[in-house]
Design a protein. Sequence first.
Length: 269
Amino acid sequence: MSEDMTAFPLRLEGENAPMVRFMNVSKSYGELTVLDQLNLDVEPGEMMTIIGPSGSGKTTVLRMLMTLETINKGVIYVDGEPLTHMVKNGVLVPANKVHFRRMRAKIGMCFQHFNLFPHMTALQNCMEGPVQVLGLTKESARQRAEELLEMVGMSDKRDHHPSRLSGGQQQRVAIARALAMRPKVMLFDEVTSALDPEVINEVTGVIRKLVGEHHLTMMMVTHQMGFARDISDRVCFFYGGKIEEQGAPTDLFGSPKKQRTKQFLSAVK
Ligand code: ADP
């Protein structure tokens, strides 16, 4: 049965509109339901962290925002507009590539594997998108890239190629590169999992700084509970493609209410 799209607004408006909304979103691969009628709002400027066991759907949430996955049901909105759909003749219809491309520009992402352009220096990595995609002049792209490399503590390495940088340094450049595109929402997917323990703090320090100084909306998936507790405004515990429990980090980590949350937290400690 096809879905009744009239249940979904064409836009989210007003001062209380969230920056990101998952509205009744379901996703399955064959028989496997990965997200089960998920409803999730992220407020402008909020740092929202997703935790949960492997396979609970955490990465799928981020992949959907990056338009790397289609959805089976529901609608995702970003910055007031539908992401998964577009408005045609006054109704919501599935988005096409052009719509996806326009909406994707609102979203910056950093992954476990940083995927910097290997043939470009740190500075060039941060200038490429703004020049090629946003159409900035080289001068203004360079100025912005230099500011961002400064912010992530990589100014002195700006002329180095990725192969000459450590994992932590590459990840910091990757964060600067994503920010150079001026996204509305930043996604961090396990950004510290591929790093050696001694450089993890370099990267978490940069993310901490972003939380403190920028009014960006951020969503993060992490296995580092201490870090999640430290920097998040809200933590969502995912289980079986649903939010099992959510709340302020002090509440969720300090006094979890659901049995599954308690079990998960005691197992990862
Ligand atoms: P998490 O990030 O919480 O570990 P994921 O969102 O990566 O979980 O995956 C949720 C579930 O979806 C897992 O059971 C995974 O095996 C399954 N899955 C993810 N991508 C695919 C795919 N392309 N095809 C089939 N199953 C997939």
